[in-house]
Design a protein around this ligand. Structure first.
Ligand code: PNS
Length: 163
């Protein structure tokens, strides 16, 4: 059976934890849509174009992965695209309550839509985009947290801002 799943998020920026969930999903399902939320209420660190560009780079070679952006309700976007399930990474018990609330809400809005949780890989358990942004802004080494091209882009930005 042909199954399409979606990995939604802000990806500001994409971390090794996100990439792990995307790669594992691409092995399990026929088509994986990685969907970057356009959220006009937030002021992101990376523009939507940059986040898409970085996601395209880090998923290059994963033939069944498509990178898109979306605005509005995820459940509606999933209906439009014929998505069978949302795939989310679950890092710790602290993630559970929020993820559980979102999964139930999405199911109420679109009863066909399942949410599947993948346990975060042991190496990514602690990772988050906000932690990466904070460490980078204070000059810390983020090479263990993000793919090399994301690392280089952040370092380049920091160096440019010092000029
Ligand atoms: O990476 P994030 O910021 O934790 O991702 C959250 C995301 C994008 C998955 C979530 O905010 C979302 O789905 N937003 C779209 C708006 C929506 O559908 N809201 C109701 C979901 S309960």
């Amino acid at each position: 059976m042909n199954k399409t799943v979606i990995c939604p998020g802000s990806f500001d920026p994409v971390t090794l934890g996100h990439l792990d969930v995307i790669k594992r999903s691409s092995k399990m399902f026929d088509h994986v849509i990685v969907a970057v939320l356009i959220n006009s209420a937030k002021s992101p660190s990376f523009s939507i174009e940059e986040r898409i560009e970085l996601l395209e780079k880090v998923t290059d070679g994963l033939k069944n992965v498509e990178i898109v952006s979306f605005e509005g309700l995820l459940a509606e976007y999933c209906k439009e695209r014929g998505v069978d399930a949302i795939v989310k990474g679950l890092r710790a018990v602290s993630d559970f309550e929020y993820e559980f609330q979102m999964a139930i809400t999405n199911k109420k809005l679109n009863p066909q839509l399942e949410t599947i949780f993948l346990m975060a890989d042991a190496d990514s358990m602690y990772l988050s985009s906000s932690m990466v942004r904070e460490v980078a802004s204070m000059g810390g080494d983020i090479s263990n947290f993000v793919p090399p091209c994301v690392h280089d882009r952040i370092v380049e930005r920091i160096n440019n801002s010092k000029r």
